[in-house]
Design a protein around this ligand. Sequence first.
Ligand code: MLT
Length: 409
Amino acid sequence: MFKANENYLKLPGNYLFSMVASKIDAYGKQNPDKAARIVRLGIGDVTQPLAPSIVSALHGAVDEMASAGTFRGYAPDLGYDFLRETIAREDFATRGATVHPDEVFVSDGAKSDSANIQEIFSSDARIAVCDPVYPVYVDSNVMAGRTGTYDQKTGLWSNVVYMPCTQENGFVADLPAADANVSIIYLCFPNNPTGAVIDRARLQAWVDYANEHGAVIVYDAAYEAYISDPALPHSIYECDGARTCAIEIRSFSKNAGFTGTRLGYTVVPRDLKDADGTSLRDLWARRHGTKFNGAPYIVQRAGEAVYSEEGKRETREQISFYMENARIILDGLRSAGYEVSGGVNAPYIWLKVPDGMTSWGFFDHLLESVQVVGTPGSGFGPSGEGYFRLTAFGSRESALEAVSRIKAL
Ligand code: MLT
């Protein structure tokens, strides 16, 4: 009789956002009179429609697909050159960072890339994650059998190095100990879930650590478009030496509203080699070629339009819109006496739940008493216990309504 992959059986519970969705669903079914009142600030899903220049690029590409002369079949599995070249120029060269088009791998999104990237590392590679953390990094390594055993009591895996992000360190993790023996370090800035940011000097210290200890940083920059402080780095390749120790993952979801359209990319520099000189870039290309048939042509054309002058202007306006939501939530909750952080160069607001409550307790309390949904901090890791995440990606009404209902509690 066949056996299922036992690593999957080790996963505790369901994927965090599926759990939140099923709780909302159950509450709505039990309270049909209140279901329509629910304000959803849980999953970081955008609500603004795609910008006009992006829609127009989509239409144009659909028309091309409708004509024999311009029809396209399989996309190149690493991405169309027009998009890879645009990305290398607009996201990196303009910031003084060196990334070559053939080091850019276009995909269907940052979530899948951040889950899949671990495949090109040895099965005994030790990972280090921030705590709290975007759950995909840990879960994908659990599925790969890399994380050891799970301790129900502590919520920790035996073979994962956790780097706590607490109020004391401003929610920016300290470097792992010199003897931590980590191979893959996951970092995300601006941070999901805490909304914390990192300055150039501190990011440089991570790059120096990784180079010194033979580790690779998987840098998730999905929220870089929300940085408004000119002193903050948008890419890890703005740091010296990052090309020999860092992979960067980017998304079109949050900067341009592609959560439903799906587009992202990963940069793996040619200079990134393992202890035996194996090129991780070549392994990732091999993996992409085998497992992926390329993001759709029409979506890649839409991605290209994000970098046009109108595209930049329109998406900047959307980002300002979401950041005004963040300001409303941040100021409103602060004036109601909550301790809040994030929400300035990031679309997530991280709030301390009232004393004596757990994160899930606060989730239930908000849902049941005022029908507001957020994400429990403990769902992102043990150090998230006692915290709660709200997203700025909702409509203006939902941001205002959530704040006024929470204030009235
Ligand atoms: C989140 O809410 O953390 C994100 O939307 C999840 C994701 O991007 O996959």
